[in-house]
Write a protein that binds this ligand. Structure first.
Ligand code: GLC
Length: 424
């Protein structure tokens, strides 16, 4: 393979980007899975580093890690029922333990107590439940003897880069079609040259021409990955917010009930993602035996039920929606063409005002059931009238209203307030 230089490589990748990413842009919602030896300690996937556990002591966990067979089926079934369309699983996290049958190190799930290729089980489960497949791979490695030394010792660096590329090559060669390569933490090298990311990613693309690659190998590649907050990337660029399930840990760590996301929290994130044309990658950290943490099951299933009725506001083609700032305090928007989907979280009762749209409103209706809603429009003020007293959505209390405008709606916050608020 002849290697392209950066500019040429990025151009060629950009040329096929929209086509490669179409499914993902339409999918909108995926499941992240953080699973590894750290699950056994129940204190965050960073536990080895945080608590200064020596490698020799930590690696003994590999002799205790014996998950039940095909745990991945449970995750994939739940993901499907939750309305998620793809999954991304940690094939190797910072701890360095590989969950697949690798030739690069014996520190893997096949050659230790587990005795099975967990990546294979995961891939099979995704396929069984019709989900696209993503591989998370941590570049940083706390177990490999050269993982830190490579920063100052050229021979160690060569060995470590060969190891890294060897791992990526195996993952891209041995499991059929893979849809996403999701790198993480590119330390200790500070540049793409340090990691030889151009060569590594061209190798990956050579083996998986349809793959999407995230932005964490010190190259921008295909999409951005805001973490811990659902915040849009610059316009036009794909972005995927990754979120833990309990605001505490990616790896298994039972959290206080108050810290867990509810179905309504998830819908709020999904609304922001849809309104900003981005994706939500919501994490579960399975228990050491592979079971889905109990905290995730009910909210995810309920969101799935809700999406089965309201998914049109989420999946498929969505366009950038106006923010709800200066429009309504009752909910937020996503949009397809001239239609605004109004996700009403706080049901206001019989009437509701929406400010700032001067574009002519043609109709307002409930998305579920299609019943029309009476309305008045006066300048920048819309009033929805004669509505039910309580939220019609009995699944999560988030009712979807469709507002069909005569043209792509323009919004201006505080459009009719006196100059006092101009530019606020
Ligand atoms: C961070 C953390 C890591 C987690 C990841 C998910 O970079 O180091 O533990 O896997 O974010 O995005």
């Amino acid at each position: 393979m002849t290697l392209k230089r950066k500019a040429e490589y990025e151009k060629s990748v950009a040329r096929t980007r929209e086509k490669r990413m179409r499914w993902w842009r339409e999918a909108r919602y995926g499941m992240f899975v953080h699973w590894g030896l750290y699950a056994l300690l129940e204190r965050n996937e960073w536990v080895q580093a945080i608590e200064c556990i020596p490698v020799k002591e930590y690696e003994k966990l590999a002799q205790k890690f014996k998950p039940k067979p095909n745990a991945a089926r449970e995750w994939a079934k739940l993901a499907r029922d939750a309305g998620m369309k793809y999954m991304v699983m940690t094939t190797k996290h910072h701890e360095g333990f590989c969950l697949w049958d690798t030739q690069q190190t014996n520190y893997n799930s096949v050659k230790t107590a587990c005795g099975r290729d967990l990546v294979r089980e995961y891939v099979d489960a995704c396929r069984e439940f019709g989900l696209k497949i993503g591989f998370y791979y941590s570049l940083m490695d706390w177990h490999h003897p050269d993982g830190g030394r490579c920063a100052y010792d050229p021979e160690a660096r060569r060995r470590f880069l060969d190891f890294t590329t060897g791992c990526v090559r195996e993952l891209m060669s041995n499991y059929g079609k893979i849809d996403i390569l999701w790198y993480d933490v590119a330390l200790p090298f500070k540049s793409y040259e340090g990691w030889e990311s151009l060569a590594m990613n061209q190798t990956a693309r050579g083996l998986q021409p349809h793959i999407m690659i995230n932005d964490r190998s010190r190259l921008d590649e295909d999409f951005s990955t805001p973490e811990g907050s659902v915040s849009p990337a610059e316009s036009g660029r794909g972005w995927e917010a990754c979120m833990t399930f309990n605001d505490t840990s990616w790896g298994y760590m039972p959290a206080a009930a108050q810290d867990r996301w509810t179905d309504r929290d998830i819908l709020k994130m999904l609304c922001t993602a849809s309104g900003g044309c981005g994706n939500l990658l919501l994490n579960i950290g399975p228990a050491p035996d592979g079971s889905v943490p109990e905290e995730a099951v009910a909210p995810l299933k309920n969101v799935g039920k809700w999406l089965a009725k309201n998914g049109q506001a989420v999946y498929g083609k969505v366009d950038p929606a106006p923010s709800n700032f200066g429009a309504s305090a009752s909910g937020a928007f996503s949009r397809t063409g001239k239609r605004i989907y109004f996700w009403v979280r706080c049901w206001p009762g019989r009437e509701m005002g929406i400010g700032g749209f001067k574009t002519k409103l043609k109709s307002a209706r409930f998305h579920v059931g299609g019943e029309k809603i009476d309305f008045e429009q006066d300048g920048a003020r819309i009033i929805l009238k004669n509505m039910p007293r309580t939220s019609p959505d009995k699944i999560a209390g988030v009712t979807m209203i469709e507002l069909e405008f005569a043209a792509v709606p323009k919004h201006q916050a505080f459009a009719t307030t006196p100059p006092l608020l101009e530019g606020f």
